[in-house]
Design a protein around this ligand. Structure first.
Ligand code: SF4
Length: 355
């Protein structure tokens, strides 16, 4: 098999099967985004591979880690060497003694990411998204991060670890002032670290707030549809279902006008019970608007309501990636043209190796 195809199939399979690693090397257990997983650099791509969830016990893959090097094995036979990022900025702390890795973490190979406020109004209610782990990693990270601290970490991560972009996310807050908080963080990062920044939020009541974010220096945004299947969304993310798909589409369209084609993305989670047709049709709708549908297999976060979920098979994911990649090519969308965030990072989706 050609090397390119080998890497492509391996990334898909790792995201679906996970990798077994000795306990101390498993990575971050909880939190928003890619928790319960480990970043592995394989040739010219990077994968955020599940390590903690229950289904990982059945994975044929194991990883032996020695510092920043790893040997990946399948059924105990060596298949390739990989690199494991070892961020130097993790060793630093602020003047007040807050360790940098309680403020932000390295995602993928070159992305600094943080959940600015680790609270969500829906957490203790029936409306909580079942796949989310936003409040689970409190303690190992700060609940609320200050803009100046994030900017300080970003500058160090850029200087010491060649970090090239930043992802900021936030829970849904009571007073709906997420945009203001994100904007302050972006302004601080832009002033001190001067690198591209991606922010993620729900469809805003006042879409014009996106212009404020643009003025503060935001380069790319993510507004996450999660699933195109209404009934599934109602069950898995009831608060999002209440917002309604039309408002998502309006917000995404507005965002493309502000930030440009290819600079707006939307997570589409596979493995919630949806049909492949709904995924392909939905991705086509988004791509035709200039939005990059960031297709990912569900990665169950330990401690979340979906901790026992099992990701879709690599065969199914491969077919979906192939179809979505051909839509992306047709619409002239590519991770390579995206300036910052998950699409640029590409660790949670294998779309990059199918484009
Ligand atoms: S794709 Fe996004 S959520 Fe996944 S590791 Fe990268 S920045 Fe984090």
């Amino acid at each position: 098999m050609a090397k390119k195809e080998f890497i492509r199939d391996l990334k898909v399979d790792l995201l679906s099967s996970g990798v077994r690693i000795s306990t101390e090397d498993k990575g971050r257990k909880g939190g928003a985004g890619p928790a319960g997983s480990k970043n592995i650099i394989i040739e010219d791509t990077v994968a955020n591979v599940p390590t903690f969830a229950q289904f990982v016990a059945n994975s044929p893959y194991t990883l032996d880690i020695d510092g920043d090097k790893g040997v990946l094995k399948r059924f105990n036979e060596r298949i390739t060497d990989v690199k494991i990022p070892q961020p130097r900025f993790y060793k630093l702390q602020t003047r007040e003694g807050i360790p940098y890795n309680k403020i932000a973490l390295l995602h993928g190979a070159d992305c600094l990411a943080t959940t600015v406020v680790q609270h969500c109004v829906y957490w203790d209610t029936p409306l909580r998204c079942k796949f989310c782990g936003i409040e689970l990693s409190k303690g190992s990270t700060l609940d609320i991060k200050r803009p100046e601290d994030i900017a300080e970490v970003a500058e160090a991560a850029k200087r010491l670890d060649d970090v090239k972009h930043v992802t900021l996310t936030i829970g849904t807050l009571k007073e709906s002032n997420e945009v203001e908080i994100l904007g302050e963080c972006v302004a601080a990062i832009k002033e001190i670290a001067k690198i591209p920044v991606h922010v993620q939020f729900e469809p805003l009541k006042d879409l014009k707030q996106m212009e404020d974010l643009y003025a503060k220096g935001v380069d790319t945004v993510g507004i996450h549809v999660e699933s195109f299947d209404k009934e599934i969304l109602k069950n898995v993310a009831p608060a999002k279902a209440k917002i309604g798909f039309d408002r998502y589409l309006k917000a995404l369209k507005y965002a493309v006008n502000v930030f440009g084609e290819n600079q707006v993305s939307s997570f589409i989670i596979i493995g919630l019970g949806e049909s492949d047709e709904s995924v392909i049709e939905g991705c086509k709708t988004l791509a035709e608007m200039g939005v990059y549908p960031f297709v990912v297999p569900i990665s169950p976060i330990p401690g979340s309501y979906m901790e026992d979920a099992v990701p879709p098979s690599s065969e199914r994911m491969k077919k979906i990636y192939e179809s979505v990649a051909s839509i992306l090519n047709r619409e002239n969308l590519s991770w390579k043209k995206n300036k910052a965030g998950c699409v640029r990072c590409r660790a949670c989706s294998a779309l990059d190796v199918f484009e």
